[in-house]
Design a protein around this ligand. Structure first.
Ligand SMILES: Cc1ncc(COP(=O)(O)O)c(C=O)c1O
Length: 410
């Protein structure tokens, strides 16, 4: 049967995420299918013509996704948003020009002067910076706490707490946070719960089903998956999405339609990629843990991870991200990196390429995190490894090369 708008009739069983990820029309919600292209159409026009003035006004006010002016909405963008909403099982989803575009626009949409925010202490450095900027300029009070311990969050929330901001697994420490328990605490004071799920993605973790109000992605990472698109996404209730959509018109952080089209293509292989990445990352984590060169290793599905039980509960797979440190700190890390034959050093993550980064060695990161590192001290020389889809034996071979170089120097 061809995919068409009749498939959401509540009688047929829902399609699997593996299928929703592939077909452009499978997630299009109840709209007539206007085109017979198998691939999603890409409209390279920023403006649409109205048949008359009332119709143009109608598009502006009610349905800019059908085509009005691209900052407000766009049909190709909408197809990508609907696919992400389907994968997150959300009422609605929105795309942005970057992950930070999604985060900053969503925070601006829901926060007001006088509001209180509780955030996990070890989240993406520029998210911390943006929250600190709001605290310095917009009258928003932000408390960063160690949300691995739900009691700390319980102690921090107050009557005027409007938002609990989480990121799990976190970048770069791979902290695992208990979304269901923390959402329960935040909801006692009617605070919204935002979860940056970039390191997991919708095939692995569904924060909305665990009580979160908004799931956020840097879609530049595994959603797009090929290191060629900068994009951000959020998914949640229609009501929350509507507030954020209005703010997106003002921040102008809309995603270029061509990037939306690349994102749609990247999403088609998301299930295949995350399964391969999780499998390789799981065996690499074991290899690293067994090495006498390694002093610290965090991978959600390793039994030694402090959040292992939570990870097994809320994640379907371990994901492709892990971080580790070596005996001998930064010197050993430099030796390790110097011995690699082909794994590139690169700042981003979640793509088909295996890449690694040493956050401490990036001056901008050290400056951004600044004093905050003291409160959640990362092990010196921490390596963040993003596992790609290359042959597992080649990745393991290069990692062993690095470990051998560290061991032979000690
Ligand atoms: C967890 C997390 N959230 C947000 C971002 C920001 O995304 P972008 O670079 O697409 O703006 C990143 C980027 O590394 C990230 O790792």
């Amino acid at each position: 049967m061809a995919f068409n708008e009749n498939r959401h009739d509540g009688v047929e069983p829902p399609l699997s995420p593996d299928t929703l990820a592939v077909h452009p029309w499978a997630s299009a919600r109840g709209r007539p299918r206007a085109h017979r292209t198998l691939n999603a159409p890409l409209f390279l026009s920023t403006q649409w013509e109205g048949s008359d003035l009332p119709q143009l006004a109608e598009l502006f006010a009610r349905d800019p996704d059908r085509g009005f002016y691209t900052r407000f909405g766009h049909p190709t963008t909408r197809l990508a948003e609907e696919r992400i909403a389907a994968l997150e099982d959300a009422e609605d989803a929105l795309l942005f020009s970057s992950g930070m575009g999604a985060i900053s626009t969503s925070l601006l949409a829901v926060l007001r002067a006088g509001d209180h925010v509780v955030a996990h202490q070890a989240i993406f450095a520029q998210t911390i910076q943006f929250l600190e900027h709001l605290s310095a300029t917009a009258g928003v009070r932000v408390d960063f706490v160690d949300a691995r311990d739900p009691q700390r969050v319980k102690d921090a929330v107050r009557a005027n707490t409007r938002l609990l901001y989480l990121e799990t697994p976190s970048n770069p420490a791979i902290d695992v946070l208990d979304i269901a328990t923390l959402a329960g605490i935040a909801h006692t004071v009617d605070a919204l719960v935002f979860v940056d799920s970039t390191f997991a993605g919708p095939l692995i973790q569904r924060p909305l089903s665990l009580g979160a109000d908004l799931v956020i992605h840097s879609a530049s990472k595994s959603l797009a998956g090929h290191a060629d698109v900068l994009a951000g996404a959020v998914a949640g209730s229609a009501q929350t999405a509507a507030r954020i959509r209005r703010m997106r018109v003002l921040t102008g952080a809309s995603l270029d339609p061509h990037a939306c089209w690349l994102l749609l293509r990247g999403l088609q292989t998301l299930p295949l990629r995350v399964r391969a990445q999780s499998q390789t990352a799981g065996s690499l984590a074991q290899l690293l843990e067994a090495s006498p060169a390694v002093s610290h290793i965090r991978y959600p599905f390793l039994p030694s991870h402090p959040g292992h039980a939570v990870a097994r509960r809320q994640m379907a797979l371990g994901g492709g991200m892990l971080s580790f440190a070596l005996h001998g700190g930064v010197e050993s890390t430099r030796r390790f990196v110097g011995a690699l034959r082909w794994i590139p050093l690169a700042s981003s993550l979640g793509s088909v390429y295996t890449t690694l980064e040493v956050p401490e060695e990036l001056d901008f990161a050290a400056e951004e995190i600044g004093e905050r590192t003291a409160s959640f001290a990362l092990p010196p020389g921490l390596v963040r490894l993003s596992v790609g889809v290359e042959a597992a034996e080649d990745i393991e071979g290069d990692i062993r090369r690095g470990l051998d170089a560290v061991l032979s120097a000690t």
